[in-house]
Design a protein around this ligand. Structure first.
Ligand SMILES: C[S@@+](CC[C@H](N)C(=O)[O-])C[C@H]1O[C@@H](n2cnc3c(N)ncnc32)[C@H](O)[C@@H]1O
Ligand code: SF4
Length: 376
């Protein structure tokens, strides 16, 4: 079982919060596709012939691509790897790119899951974030996606934004429920360096929201979505029964994946590697036969720490039997000892005698708990 991630590094403008790798030079797209196809061909043995169960087009903005370009990429991937007939194939779209014509085409090219960057249902907040779309466009993108036959739709939301009032957050969540989407990712705003918000913070023109507000908004998020029947399966992710993101869940389960495109990461069980985050250098290098990446070997400690950091954030939690089997008794005892006081404080609970899972209270301080459970 394996996954493929394709990074489409183009955006039409920069959102004030975002530090994902991207270029605004969409004119590079046509040549970029040719390099991407070359990289795919070169990397066709990376997954050791494992069956590919998930494909994910992320960015940047995959929806800057035209149908023909997507068809070329899909064909190359299907020619190079064993793709499961039931593969989950996700495509991130920005609401301002999504019209019926475009969405019909995506469905025809084999995309069966959409992740739509709604972010907010409030036009003032959208402007504050420097999004290109309006809430009306976002609503239309969902209804058009339904008409095109998509029955697995995820939307992204952001909270913890300065100026996001309780009232607006409440109505954002209520509006989200009305859309009845299968999956919701809701991220607390992180103010990243070298973004517009990062610069504003440095100049004292923007302040992060305080912990009380963050906590209140997180609680509201969880209460409203869980009451409506969504499964809170990862700190930032909610889904209808059985419709969690298989692609992301596989990252958390340490399944192998191949990342294609600039800045994309890959993992094969022994090492992690990441491509250069520069589209022009990526193309020049690939075209001369060299994939431009850095890598690190994954030793036992790193593998353990990554497992803790990802699995504890999920509703499945940390599997203590897996720890003993994959690592050793010493590591097993280390985590059991360190987890005890969090269990006593009601921050962690033990399920089925072998899983360590965060309680709702524990989720508020998950970073602190993780810090105590990883190996120094
Ligand atoms: C990198 S974007 C790509 C998707 C697509 N281009 C879009 O904008 O909708 C993936 C998601 O990460 C989230 N995100 C990116 N930067 C963030 C930040 N600094 N804080 C919180 N969420 C962030 C946003 O919700 C965004 O939709
Ligand atoms: S959030 Fe999406 S559209 Fe905005 S800059 Fe980041 S990748 Fe581009």
């Amino acid at each position: 079982m394996a996954g493929i991630y394709i990074h489409i590094p183009f955006c039409r403008s920069r959102c004030h919060y975002c530090d994902f790798y991207k270029t605004l030079d969409t004119g590079l797209a046509e040549n970029f596709i040719e390099s991407l196809l070359l990289e795919t061909e070169t990397q066709k043995n990376y997954l050791d012939n494992e069956f590919v169960e998930t494909i994910y087009f992320g960015g940047g903005t995959p929806s800057v691509l035209g149908h023909k370009q997507i068809r070329k990429i899909m064909k190359k991937i299907y020619d190079s790897f064993d793709i499961s007939k039931e593969a989950e194939i996700t495509f991130e779209i920005n609401p301002d790119d999504a019209g019926s014509f475009y969405l019909n085409g995506l469905a025809r090219e084999g995309i069966n899951r959409l992740s739509i960057g709604v972010q907010s249902w409030d036009d003032n907040i959208l402007k504050f974030l420097n999004r290109r779309h309006t809430s009306e466009q976002a609503a239309r993108s969902i209804s058009d996606a339904r008409k095109s036959g998509f029955n697995n739709i995820s939307i992204d939301l952001i909270y913890g934004i300065p100026d996001l009032s309780e009232k607006v957050w409440q109505s954002t969540l209520e509006n989200t429920l009305k859309k009845d989407v299968e999956h919701i990712s809701a991220y607390h705003l992180t103010i990243e360096q070298n973004t517009r918000f990062g610069n504003m913070k440095e100049q004292g023109r923007l302040q992060e929201v305080n912990e009380d507000i963050s906590e209140k908004q997180f609680k509201k998020l969880v209460n409203i979505l869980v009451n409506k029947g969504y499964l809170h399966y990862e700190i930032s992710n909610f889904s209808k029964e059985g419709l969690f993101s298989k692609h992301n869940a596989n990252y958390w389960k340490q399944v192998k994946y191949l990342g294609l495109g600039p800045s994309a990461h890959s993992y094969n069980g022994y090492s992690r590697q990441w491509n250069i985050a520069d589209t022009e250098k990526y193309q020049t290098s690939i075209n001369s036969g060299i994939i431009p990446f850095d890598s690190e070997e994954i030793n036992e400690k790193t593998k353990y720490n990554e497992y803790i950091m990802t699995s504890l954030r999920t509703m499945w939690g940390i599997d203590l039997e897996y720890i003993e089997e994959i690592f050793n008794k010493e590591i097993h005892d280390f985590i059991v000892n360190n987890a005890t006081r969090f269990i006593n404080y009601g921050m962690l609970e033990k399920k089925d005698k072998k899983y360590l899972v965060l309680t709702n209270q524990g989720m508020m301080i998950s970073d602190n708990i993780i810090r105590e459970l990883i190996m120094p």
